[in-house]
Structure formats: C-alpha cells, structure tokens
Write a protein that binds this ligand. Structure first.
Ligand SMILES: Cc1cc2nc3c(=O)[nH]c(=O)nc-3n(C[C@H](O)[C@H](O)[C@H](O)COP(=O)(O)OP(=O)(O)OC[C@H]3O[C@@H](n4cnc5c(N)ncnc54)[C@H](O)[C@@H]3O)c2cc1C
Length: 231
C-alpha cells in the first residue's frame, strides 16, 4: 500500500551518494535491513524503485540513501526539495539483523552499506552484544558513504569494528587497498568459520563476496545476501 510522506532533509554523504530523510508515517514499523519502494514525481507521473532503509527503527525519521547515477530515477531523487511529497510502500524483505547471532561478518561495497548501517545503528542503540565486523570496500577516500558515522559507531559500540579497503586510493591512504576478497576476510575476520555473514550491494559484488566466503568453506546457510538489482 502506497503511503504519502514528506522530505524532511537531504544529506550529501559523498558527492554522488545522498541520503533523503522522510517523515515517518504514524504506525510505520520496520526491521533493520528492510527496504521499501520509493515513488518520486517525474513528468506528471511517478518513478518507483526499491531502496534499503538506512535509518534504524529507533530513529524518528525514515531515511534512504541513493547513489546518484545520472539516470532517470536518480535524477528525480536528486531533484527533490525539503517539503516535497513522495510515496513509500513497505517495509519489505527478510535481510534483517537484530542480534539473532552472537558473531556476524558484514561485507559491503559502496552503496551496499545501507541495510547494514541500519542494523549496526540498531544494535548499538539497543545495546545488543553481538560481535560485528564490517569489511567495507569503496573506490577512493572521498567516496566512502557514512565514513564518520561508522567511525563514531565503532567508538560507541565495543562489539563493532569496521575495516575499509579502497580500489583506487590516493598515495596518502594508509589503509588496505583492493577489493573485499578472501585474503581480506582471512586477515580481518580470522574466526570467519564461526560467523554468519551479511553481504549486500550491486549483484556483481554480492556474487563475488559470496563466492569468496564459499571458497573459505563458509556454508550456504551462513551467507545472507541482499542484491541491489537495477545497477
Ligand atoms: C532490495 C533492494 C535494495 C536497494 N537499495 C538501494 C539503496 O539503498 N540505494 C541505492 O542507491 N540503490 C538501491 N537499490 C537499487 C535501486 O533500486 C536502483 O535500481 C538503482 O539505484 C539504480 O537507480 P537509477 O537511478 O540508476 O535507476 P534508473 O534510472 O532506472 O536506471 C537503472 C539503470 O538502468 C540503466 N539506464 C537507465 N537509463 C539509462 C540510459 N538512458 N542509458 C543507459 N543506461 C541507462 C543504468 O544501468 C542504470 O543504472 C536497491 C535495489 C534492491 C532490489
């Protein structure tokens, strides 16, 4: 069922990744990691896409975060202003985490962070004791969505750690370079055999990361994926 809501604020996470905060309609309940369909006005009609919810259920607004691609839906989102009306339909999906497992690994690339940051914010706020290690791949230093927020969450939550890797880092970058791969998993999540994994992002990345986990012997039922089809 489509529900009308309003743009509260727009936050530039990186140059091409923006968050859109909407009024949370009364009674709208969701689990961390779920997505919703967002419909945006365009040429007298509506354009609709599924977007993961990047806010946490404890927050009093609804947030989605869109990678700006220059294509139609993206342009319609980028053209929104505070006070504009959009429609949402949801929540949907079963890619959720609320502390069901004591040890979790999260693998994401770029925009794939959206359902995961919802889970991490939720667990931090709720004081969940699950141990979470996030391996996060991006292109360059200036293109890491939620970099500050993740650093802050790792300070607030002693059970959460994030490790970044960049595929096209500048010379000053002291961290890891390259993609999230088996070597990175072995180095930063040495107890990977005892964890449940959450993998999200564009389909190519999800396929590669799931394959790395399989190659390390992680069983299929311990690999949960969210495919951002449409890229
Ligand atoms: C469960 C789920 C969760 C998702 N969560 C997120 C999220 O949190 N954030 C997010 O950004 N995305 C998310 N997505 C993906 C999202 O739904 C869109 O499909 C994606 O962001 C692409 O948007 P767009 O603006 O490029 O769409 P469109 O304008 O429809 O374009 C889609 C794709 O079609 C191609 N295309 C379109 N027009 C042209 C053209 N004129 N020339 C050439 N190629 C063209 C391009 O490859 C383009 O990327 C999610 C998807 C799913 C299924």
């Amino acid at each position: 069922m489509r529900i009308k809501t309003t743009v509260l604020s727009i936050i530039e996470r990186t140059k091409d990744t923006w968050s859109f905060r909407f009024t949370k309609p009364e009674g709208f309940k969701y689990l961390p990691g779920q997505y919703m369909f967002v419909s945006v006005p365009n040429n007298g009609g509506l354009l609709t896409k599924p977007l993961s919810i990047s806010s946490s259920p404890h927050e009093d607004f609804l947030e989605v975060t869109k990678r700006l691609t220059g294509h139609d839906f993206s342009n319609a989102m980028a053209g929104l202003h505070v006070g504009d009306e959009v429609y949402i339909d949801g929540p949907h999906g079963s890619f959720t985490f609320m502390g069901e497992y004591s040890k979790v690994g999260m693998l994401a690339g770029g925009i794939g962070i959206t359902p995961l940051i919802s889970m991490i914010k939720y667990c931090t706020h709720a004081g969940i004791h699950s141990n979470i290690i996030l391996l996060y791949g991006n292109r360059s230093e200036d293109n890491i969505p939620f970099f500050e927020e993740l650093a802050q969450l790792s300070k607030e939550n002693k059970n959460f750690k994030v490790f970044h890797t960049l595929s096209r880092a500048g010379e000053a970058w002291k961290g890891r370079r390259g993609h999230v791969d088996s070597e990175m998993i072995k180095e930063f999540i040495p107890d990977y055999g005892g964890r449940v994994f959450y993998v999200s992002g564009p389909p190519g990345l999800v396929k590669d990361c799931a394959q790395h986990l399989r190659s390390l012997g992680v069983s299929e039922e311990r690999i949960k994926t969210e495919n951002f089809t449409g890229y």
